[in-house]
Write a protein that binds this ligand. Structure first.
Ligand SMILES: Cc1cc2c(cc1C)N(C[C@H](O)[C@H](O)[C@H](O)COP(=O)(O)OP(=O)(O)OC[C@H]1O[C@@H](n3cnc4c(N)ncnc43)[C@H](O)[C@@H]1O)c1[nH]c(=O)[nH]c(=O)c1N2
Ligand SMILES: CC(C)CC(=O)C(=O)O
Ligand SMILES: [Mn+2]
Length: 485
C-alpha cells in the first residue's frame, strides 16, 4: 500500500483543487467498468446523493456510480485512488450527520444495486448480505424462518450503512448495537484491495483472533473503505410480546423509574422516554390520544408467563414513582401502532413545526446520570425559550432532543449549535459520549477530539492515514482534513 510522508501530503493538498476532477475521461474509465447505465452526472441524481436527513446543506458529488459487484467497487476505487478522486459511499441517505455530502467533490458510490441476500444460516442465527440490502428487506426475508434482525434505526436504512454509522435503535437495550451484531464484513480499501475483516467465510460467535478489524470498520462512516458485504447476527422471534405505556408528572420521575427498572435487572426489550412536547407531536401525527406528559413506552418479551411477570413488576415500579394510566398493548396491531408512532417521532416533529429546520442531539451517558442529564437538557431548552421535544432510548442512557430553528436565521442556528455543544459537554463530563448512534459526520468533529483525548485522536489519525494515504475516502468526515495534513 502506498504511503506518503506528511510533508508530501501537505504539499499535495495545499489547496482543495488538489483533488482530481471527475471529468469526461474519468467518467468514461468508470463506464468501462460498471457500464453506462451505472454512472450518472445528472443534476438530480447528484443532488439526491449529496443529501441525508441532517440539517447540513446538500453537497452534490460530481458523479454517482452504482456498482453491481465487489469487483466493480474495487476497480472503481483503483481509478479514483490513482487520480486522487474522493469517494463517498452512500447507503440509503437516512443518516443524521451529513455523512454523504461531497465536501470536496468526487464520486458517490451508491450501493443500492448490490441487493443479494447471500446466505441465511437459520440454525446458526446469522445472515450475510450485500451492501444494498436494507434492514426491512432482510427482515422480510427471514421472518418465515422465525428469525429477526432487531437493530432498528427508525428508517429503512441499509445494513452496511448501519455498520458504517454503528447504528442502533429501540431494541439496543436487549440486543445491543451494530457493534455487537456484526460478525464479519467485506471491505474494499482506498487502493481497491478487498479484505474480510474476520477472514473470508468466517462467522464465529466469538473470536480472539488478532486485532478486531470488524469493530474498526463499524462506525468508520465511509472514511476507511467501502463495506460491500456484512455478516450479521439474527435472533429468534420471541414467543410472547407485550407493550405498555405509563405517564408521569415530571421528567425526573419518569427517568428515575427507568434507572430503577434497570437496577432490578428486568430483562426489558425496549424502554423509551418521550417528553410532553414529543407526545403532543405524536398524538397529532400518529393519531394517538395519549396524555401530554412525560411518558415511558416499554416492551417485554419471552414466554407468556415470563412476560406477565416482568410486566407486573414494571407496573409496580412505575406506579411507585407516580406513574399513571399504566396501560397494556398485547395485540399485535396495537403494538405496531405504538412503535410506528415512536419510529415516526422525527416526522411528527417536522410536521408539527412546518417551515422549521430540525436538528437532533444524540448524547449518551452512564445510566445513573440519565435523570440529571435529561433534566439538564429540559431546563436548557426552557432557558432558550424554544420547544424541545425529547425522545430517547433511555435503557441505554441515550436520548435525542430535537431543536427547531428558522433556516435563514443565523442567530438561531448558532444558538442550536451552542445548545448541542453544551449538552454534549455535560454528557462527556458524566463519562458519556456526544453520540450514541448517529456518528460524528461533520458536526461533531471537535467534540470527538475532546471526548477521546489527544493520544486516542492521534492514533485514529494514524489508522486513517495508513489505510487511506491519499485521503480519498469520504474526506472531511469524522476527522477534519486540516488535522490530517
Ligand atoms: C426517521 C429516522 C429515524 C432514525 C434514523 C433515521 C431516520 C430518517 N437513524 C439514522 C440512520 O438511519 C442511520 O444512521 C443509518 O445507519 C444510516 O444508514 P444509511 O444506509 O441510510 O446510510 P447513509 O447513506 O445515510 O450513510 C451514512 C454514512 O455511512 C456511510 N456509508 C453508507 N453506506 C456505506 C457502505 N456500504 N460502506 C461504507 N460506508 C457507508 C456514508 O458515507 C455516510 O458517512 C437512526 N440511527 C440510529 O442509529 N438509531 C435510530 O434510532 C435512528 N432513527
Ligand atoms: C433522532 C431521531 C430523528 C432519529 C432517532 O435516532 C430516533 O428516533 O431514535
Ligand atoms: Mn435514536
Amino acid at each position: 500500500m502506498l504511503r506518503l510522508p506528511t510533508r508530501t501530503l501537505r504539499s499535495t493538498f495545499r489547496s482543495l483543487s488538489s483533488y482530481g476532477k471527475v471529468d469526461d475521461k474519468i467518467v468514461s474509465l468508470i463506464c468501462n467498468i460498471v457500464g453506462p447505465d451505472n454512472v450518472t452526472t445528472s443534476e438530480s441524481a447528484r443532488n439526491l446523493h449529496g443529501t441525508d436527513e441532517s440539517f447540513h446543506p446538500t453537497r452534490a458529488p460530481e458523479a454517482v456510480v452504482t456498482p453491481l459487484s465487489t469487483s466493480h467497487v474495487s476497480e472503481v476505487m483503483k481509478i479514483c485512488n490513482s487520480h486522487r478522486i474522493p469517494v463517498i459511499p452512500f447507503g440509503t441517505g437516512t443518516g443524521f450527520e451529513g455523512g454523504v455530502g461531497a465536501l470536496y467533490g468526487g464520486v458517490c458510490m451508491a450501493m443500492h444495486k448490490m441487493t443479494e441476500i447471500v446466505e441465511v444460516n437459520q440454525s446458526d442465527f446469522d445472515a450475510t448480505v450485500r451492501a444494498g440490502v436494507t434492514r426491512h428487506q432482510l427482515n422480510d426475508w427471514i421472518r418465515a424462518d422465525g428469525l429477526h434482525f432487531p437493530i432498528d434505526p427508525g428508517a429503512g436504512a441499509s445494513v452496511c450503512g448501519m455498520c458504517s454509522t454503528s447504528a442502533s435503535g429501540t431494541n439496543a437495550v436487549r440486543y445491543g448495537t451494530m457493534r455487537e451484531n456484526v460478525l464479519n464484513m467485506e471491505v474494499v480499501l482506498a487502493d481497491g484491495t478487498v479484505i474480510h475483516t474476520a477472514g473470508e467465510g468466517r462467522r464465529p460467535k466469538k473470536t480472539s483472533c488478532g486485532y478486531n478489524l470488524t469493530n474498526l470498520f463499524v462506525g468508520s462512516e465511509g472514511t476507511l473503505g467501502v463495506i460491500t458485504q456484512a455478516t450479521v447476527r439474527l435472533h429468534g422471534i420471541p414467543e410472547a410480546t407485550a407493550a405498555a405505556i405509563s405517564s408521569f408528572d415530571s421528567v425526573q420521575n419518569a427517568v428515575d423509574t427507568v434507572v430503577m427498572i434497570l437496577q432490578c435487572g428486568l430483562p426489558l426489550a425496549r424502554i423509551e422516554f418521550l417528553n410532553s412536547d414529543m407526545i403532543s407531536a405524536c398524538n397529532k401525527f400518529s393519531n394517538l390520544q395519549l396524555k401530554e406528559a412525560p411518558t415511558l413506552f416499554l416492551e417485554f418479551i419471552g414466554s407468556p408467563s415470563g412476560v406477565e411477570e416482568q410486566a407486573m413488576l414494571a407496573e409496580e415500579l412505575c406506579v411507585g414513582n407516580g406513574g399513571e394510566n399504566f396501560s397494556w398493548a398485547t395485540e399485535h396491531s396495537e403494538r405496531e401502532q405504538l412503535w410506528k408512532a415512536r419510529h415516526n417521532c422525527w416526522y411528527a416533529v417536522k410536521a408539527t413545526y412546518p417551515g422549521k429546520h430540525a436538528y437532533s442531539t444524540d448524547v449518551v451517558v452512564p445510566v445513573s446520570h440519565l435523570p440529571e442529564t435529561v433534566v439538564f437538557c429540559h431546563e436548557l431548552a426552557g432557558e432558550m425559550g424554544v420547544p424541545a421535544p425529547i425522545v430517547g432510548h433511555v435503557g441505554d442512557g441515550n436520548f435525542h432532543c430535537f431543536l427547531l430553528s428558522n433556516q435563514d436565521d443565523e442567530t438561531e442556528t448558532l444558538r442550536i449549535k451552542d445548545f448541542s455543544r453544551k449538552l454534549a459537554l455535560k454528557a462527556q463530563s458524566f463519562g458519556g459520549s456526544c453520540t450514541g448512534e448517529h456518528g460524528i459526520g461533520l458536526g461533531k468533529r471537535e467534540l470527538l477530539i475532546e471526548e477521546v483525548g489527544t493520544g486516542a485522536f492521534e492514533t485514529m489519525k494514524i489508522v486513517k492515514k495508513s489505510l487511506d494515504p491519499l485521503l480519498i475516502m469520504n474526506p472531511g468526515k469524522v476527522i477534519d482534513l486540516d488535522h490530517l495534513l
